[in-house]
Write a protein that binds this ligand. Structure first.
Ligand SMILES: N[C@@H](CCC(=O)N[C@@H](CS)C(=O)NCC(=O)O)C(=O)O
Length: 323
């Protein structure tokens, strides 16, 4: 596939390719991939799962040759399939199928395929390159993205899961399986087997008071560091690299959104609990991060750059619409 330049060609490309995202709906790494899809206004079908149920959903799509990064299994999400439409039966479909099971690879792929070309500022041009059109800035963006993937993502997951699975399982944890975060059958499984699911998730991901407290400290330090980076930039709208929204901002906002209380109404691509339902200690922690320059930057990125799903996007279901 090549990078096209005009709106007409863009339209054409969208109608010639079918994109399917397989996700754990409320997961922040999935939010990162979804954000990039929505940013470039690419229509896609999203098949959503709940944790552990995702093993069944992802069984056919599991990574068979290597294990993805720390904390992730072969059944890892986000998982994006890109297929060309309109084959004759005799054509080799595999030649036209791309599969990506890592949020960073997905963002890079989408930016590469759908970004507006350098020097384009036409009325109909697509969103700009999330990695910039300048080599030095690209390197900075990638370094920050990697840092956030490793230093924000896993710690946000641990802190949030600790609150919902350990501290407020019945009031908050159970609700994650509802609100259309997956098909009805998964919702029932989540609700009936919730205590076992919560126990297993905590075991597998080493979620407990000690690890959560360590993750809270790391997040505080990271937010302080990011705030300093933002505060030391030139006057004007603050972005992490140069004066444009890049994959670094997108990664920080998508991975950090849950710990500053971003909700579905504010743009998060799945239902997540509001800050107000957490216990006071958790609320205070989220509020503290929200008030930092980094926290405010995340909210600003959601306001200014979190596009909605492109027309033609939908949710996919299996099992007669139940899964
Ligand atoms: N490095 C990966 C991490 C993705 C990740 O950790 N995904 C989690 C959801 S937050 C997942 O699907 N876990 C289930 C599993 O690995 O089986 C990425 O950026 O996509």
């Amino acid at each position: 596939m090549s990078v096209d330049t005009t709106a007409g060609q863009e339209q054409d490309k969208h109608s010639q390719t079918a994109l399917t995202l397989r996700s754990i709906a409320f997961s922040h790494y999935n939010e990162k991939a979804r954000w990039a899809l929505d940013y470039y206004k690419v229509p896609y079908v999203e098949y959503r799962s709940l944790p552990l149920c995702h093993i069944i959903s992802m069984f056919k799509y599991r990574a068979k040759t290597h294990t993805p990064g720390a904390g992730a299994s072969g059944f890892v999400t986000p998982h994006l399939t890109i297929e060309s439409k309109g084959y004759s039966a005799s054509e080799d479909k595999n030649k036209e199928k791309v599969t990506l099971n890592d949020s960073t690879k997905i963002v890079e792929f989408l930016s590469d395929q759908y970004a507006a070309p350098a020097n384009s500022n036409g009325r109909h041009s697509a969103s700009p390159n999330l990695y910039t059109n300048d080599e030095a800035s690209r390197t900075k963006v990638q370094a920050l993205e990697e840092r956030f993937d490793n230093m924000i993502g896993p710690h946000v997951r641990r802190v949030v899961y600790y609150e919902i699975l350990v501290q407020s399982p019945s009031s908050v944890g159970r609700s994650l399986g509802q609100h259309n975060n997956a098909g009805k059958l998964q919702t029932w499984i989540w609700s009936i087997f919730f205590p076992i699911i919560a126990y297993l998730l905590c075991k597998v991901m080493h979620i407990n008071e000690v690890s959560a407290s360590r993750s809270r400290d790391i997040l505080k330090r990271e937010f302080e560091h990011i705030s300093r980076v933002l505060e030391s930039g030139p006057p004007g709208p603050a972005y992490l690299v140069g004066n444009q929204f890049t994959a670094a901002d997108l990664t920080l906002a998508s991975l950090g959104g849950l710990v500053v209380g971003v909700t579905e109404e504010e743009g998060y691509g799945a239902w997540v609990p509001r800050m107000s339902v957490f216990r006071p200690e958790a609320k205070a922690f989220l509020e503290e991060l929200r008030q930092t320059t980094a926290g405010q930057h995340i909210l600003e990125c959601y306001k200014l750059h979190r596009g909605r799903k492109a027309p033609g996007s939908s949710y996919g279901f299996k099992c007669f619409g139940l899964w």
